[in-house]
Structure formats: C-alpha cells, structure tokens
Design a protein around this ligand. Structure first.
Ligand code: GLN
Length: 508
C-alpha cells in the first residue's frame, strides 16, 4: 500500500498546500488503489479519472501561483451516486435512471469543487438509498473491506467502504434513517448526519424529503469536521436549508476536552436484540467517557420504541410521492415504446422493469398509507408519533448536552442473511432513525471490534439541532482517548483487501 493513501485528508491537504506533494500525485495514488482493490470491494459505480486529474492539476497550478487554498484543497473524494454531478451518470443505483446524465450540479458537488476537492467518482448505494446493506443496488453490492463476505452497511455502503479500503480519504453520503451512520459503524469509520437543513439537499435525488440529509464520511473526526464545514451552511436553492451560521465543528473536533459534558445514555437503545460484543464495547466506551470527566446519566425516551414503525409509514409515504416522477417519460429507462403502446402502458412497463423489489415495496406501502380511507389511521398517526419522539429528545436535552447509544444493534452481517426478511433488515436502523425523525444532529464513531467476530462497532452521539459541534466534541475526545489506549487508529488493524486474514486475535 502506498504511504500516500494512508494519510489523513488534513495531512494530504497540508502537503499539497506546502508543495511537498502534488494533488495530481495524490489523486493518481488513489486511482491506482481503486484499480487495485475495487474489483473486490465494488465501492464505486463510476470512476471519473480524467476529470479528477484535471481538477488536481488545477489545484497544483494554484499552489504554484501562491494562492491561499481551503483546508481540503487537492484532496480526493468519493460522492454517493445520489448527487447530481454534471457530465457523469447519476443512477441512484437503480435501473430506472440508467444512463441519465444530470444537466446540473448538486450544491454539495459545487461546494466540493469550489473548495478544490477532487471528485474521483460515484459510490454505490442501495437502490434510491433504501436499505442497510447495499444489496438492493441494481449494480451489485459493495463488500465490507474488513471481510468481503459481509455487507458494508447501507444505504451508503460504497461511501464508507471506499474510505475504509483507503480508496479515498473522504466521501459524501446521505442519511434518511441511518445511511451514513450505520455504514460508518460496520466499517470502523466516522460518519455524520448533520442537522436537517444544515447541508443543502439541492440536486440530491430525493428519497424521503423530510428526513434526507447529506453528510461527511471519513476515517477520523477532524477530517469529517473539515468536510462538514465545506459542504454545510445556508443554500437558498433548498427551501428547508437553515439560514444561520454553521456551528464551529472544526474547533470542536480539535478540542478533545469533555470535562463536565453531560452525556445521556438512552435506556431504550440497547438490551434485547443487541449483540453482546456491541454492548460490551459500548459499555467500555461509556466508562472511558466518564473517565475523561463527562457526567454520565441514564435517560429514557419512551417513544423511541415506536420510531421504526413511525419511520416505515412516513418514509414510504414520501418515497411513493418522490418516485412518481420516474415514469419512463422524463428520465433514464423507457420500456415498451414501440409505437403501439399507450403512454400509460409505457409508464407501467418502465416502472415495472426499472424499479427493484424494495423500491416497489415502499411505493406500495406509501401509496396505501396515503390513500383517502387510511390517511388518518396511518400517515396521520405516524406524524403524531413523530412529534412525541421530538418531545422525548427535547426532554432529554433538558437534562444532558448529548445522548449516546450503540449506532447499530449488530456488527456487519453476511450477504443474504436479511434479504428475505425485510423486518430484520429494517431493524439495522433501530438506533439511528429517531434522530432523522426529529431533525437533530448525530454521528457515529468507531469504538473497537466485537469480541465474538472481530468486526467494528460504532458509538452514536446525538445532539440538538444546530449543535452539531457537540457531536464532534465528543467524537474528538473519544478518538484521542481510544488511539491512546490502542496506540494507533482502529483502521490500522483492517486486513489488506483480498488477503483473507483470520479475524481471531483482532479484538480489542
Ligand atoms: N436503512 C434505512 C432504510 O432503508 C435508511 C436508509 C437511508 O438512510 N437512506 O430506509
């Protein structure tokens, strides 16, 4: 492995700005790494090598001209294939968008380019970001670099896996019910779901508009914060974008001092159904945080027990409406247009052929929940429960500054284990969904490997809306303490891709 690809994003940017290494070299090293391992990992759906190298050379020219650059200029990044990026197909991992090339950039892509980041390509995901394993991608799943037989989480498995496999130091994801945090947890990486409205959704293919939120994926807390700062902040093109300044997430990530921070452990997010290895690492992390001077209290959020059911009414309702635009007329796939078929038939054939099972399942559930006779019973009740969940958070934040829980009930599971049982798949997001329903900020940080299988475990931190800095404050302190204890970052222990290293002895 070249030493370049092992560096943090912050260190790469420093070297590039200091003229010690060119962005072109850094970019080429990552393209080489992708060529070497991505046939196994399959984190990328499209590689944009030529344009990436051009962008890198443009940064190098600015360095040569003595221009002052942003803190991530010249650093390569992978972008989930849900973000419009002019000139490159955007598929949402669905057949229905196959071959569609967006005519404009999402705000996130524009901000990355303006900050001098180099876009390597588009990363894999579950179809339309629906899933927890990337198994619903129409283009085949991504594999977890810790163990190629296992899922990398989802929906943003490609983004987290490319970061874990050292194919890119950074990636962009979206989180509707956990799609940044759960993949981060099961790949031993960092992932943040910003406050709803904190990062622009303009130009992001919508799944459930009241829940979707773009955010950063990285290998360490500071890199995630630096990326958050690049993509965050008000955007008039997104009507739900919050028009107030982003909290100082970078300073928070650097602070590494949580003395007196009041941390609430959520009673409802643990216990039955949680893997012993997950609970053990979580309990140790709580002890560690207490040792760092934080005040730990247990809090109860009784309505969290209904969060999954609430999400699986509100989300499909929004999905059924958002996905109605894919009709074989305006974008991508068109089936059966042989001159004799009616418009309605072409729409029907195109949707039947273009959507996978999970997308169809959710469109049907959502349409049902919104139908005239059932609207109050299903969608209406779910909206009421959403309010009660937000109130649980408000009460808890009256007593503590942040809340914590495991990020996911289990470590990475094997391919096929949950594909025939949608409920089992949905339960992967038990811990992450409440934050989306309430629109607050949350993140996942690695806390070690589970004793029973040697696979990564994540800790979730949740903070009030627009207090994203608190997530980074806790993450930075936790990371520093764990690196101290272990002597190196967790990802130093990942086996090289394709080398079937036994996982025994990999616990800590
Ligand atoms: N896994 C959850 C789902 O299937 C969350 C997806 C997401 O956050 N995009 O809906």
């Amino acid at each position: 492995m070249s030493s370049t690809i092992k560096q943090t994003a912050a260190e790469l940017a420093r070297r590039i700005a200091a003229g010690e290494q060119s962005s072109e070299e850094v970019t080429q090293a990552h393209l080489d790494r992708i060529a070497q391992v991505d046939t196994d990992v399959h984190a990328f759906l499209a590689i944009d090598a030529e344009r990436a190298l051009q962008q890198a050379r443009a940064v190098d020219a600015k360095v040569a001209a003595g221009e002052r650059l942003g803190p991530l200029a010249g650093v390569p990044i992978g972008v989930k294939d849900l973000f419009c990026y002019q000139g490159l197909p955007t598929t949402a991992a669905s057949r229905i968008l196959e071959g569609w090339i967006p005519p404009y950039n999402s705000t996130v892509v524009d901000r990355l380019l303006a900050a001098g980041l180099v876009i390597l390509g588009k990363t894999n995901l579950d179809e339309f970001a629906m899933g927890s394993s990337t198994e619903s991608s129409a283009y085949g799943p991504t594999r977890n670099p810790w163990d190629l037989e296992r899922i990398p989480g989802g929906s943003g498995g490609g983004s987290s896996a490319c970061v874990a496999a050292f194919e890119a130091p950074l990636a962009i994801g979206t989180d509707t019910g956990g799609s940044i945090r759960q993949p981060a947890a099961v790949t031993g990486t960092v992932g943040t779901k910003p406050t709803y409205g904190g990062v622009s959704r303009f130009g992001v293919i919508a799944m459930a508009s009241s829940l979707d939120q773009p955010g950063p994926c990285a290998r360490n807390v500071l890199d995630a914060a630096l990326l958050h700062e690049v993509i965050g902040g008000h955007d008039p093109a997104d009507s739900t974008s919050i028009d107030s300044p982003l909290p100082d997430v970078v300073a928070a990530a650097r602070k590494a001092d949580i003395k007196g921070l009041r941390i609430g452990v959520v009673h409802e997010l643990g216990g039955e159904g949680y893997a012993p290895g997950v609970e053990q690492r979580f309990a140790e992390a709580v002890e560690l945080l207490s040792g760092l001077g934080a005040d730990i209290v247990e809090v109860s959020c009784p309505h969290f027990d209904y969060a999954l059911a609430t999400y699986y009414l509100i989300m499909p309702a929004e999905v059924s409406s958002n996905l109605s635009r894919y009709d074989g007329m305006r974008y991508g796939l068109r089936v059966g247009d042989d001159g004799s078929a009616s418009t309605e038939q072409v729409m029907r054939f195109s949707r039947a052929a273009g959507f996978g099972d999970e997308a169809k399942r959710r469109i049907m559930i959502g349409t049902y929940a919104l139908s005239a006779g059932y609207y109050d019973a299903y969608y209406g009740s779910a909206q009421k429960m959403r309010t009660l969940i937000a109130r649980d958070f408000a009460n808890a934040f009256g007593k503590c500054d942040v809340l914590i829980s495991p990020t996911a009930p289990t470590t990475a599971f094997k391919f096929g284990e949950r594909t025939n049982d949608p409920m089992a798949m949905y339960k992967s997001d038990l811990c992450t969904i409440p934050a989306n329903l309430a629109g607050i900020s949350a993140a996942s940080f690695p806390i070690g490997l589970a004793a029973e299988d040697g696979l990564p475990v994540g800790l979730q931190v949740m903070a009030p809306a627009m207090a994203d800095d608190r997530c980074y404050l806790l993450g930075g302190a936790l990371e520093a303490a764990l690196n101290d204890r272990w002597g190196s970052p967790l990802l130093d222990r990942i086996p090289e891709v394709g080398q079937a290293a036994g996982r025994e002895g990999r616990t800590r």
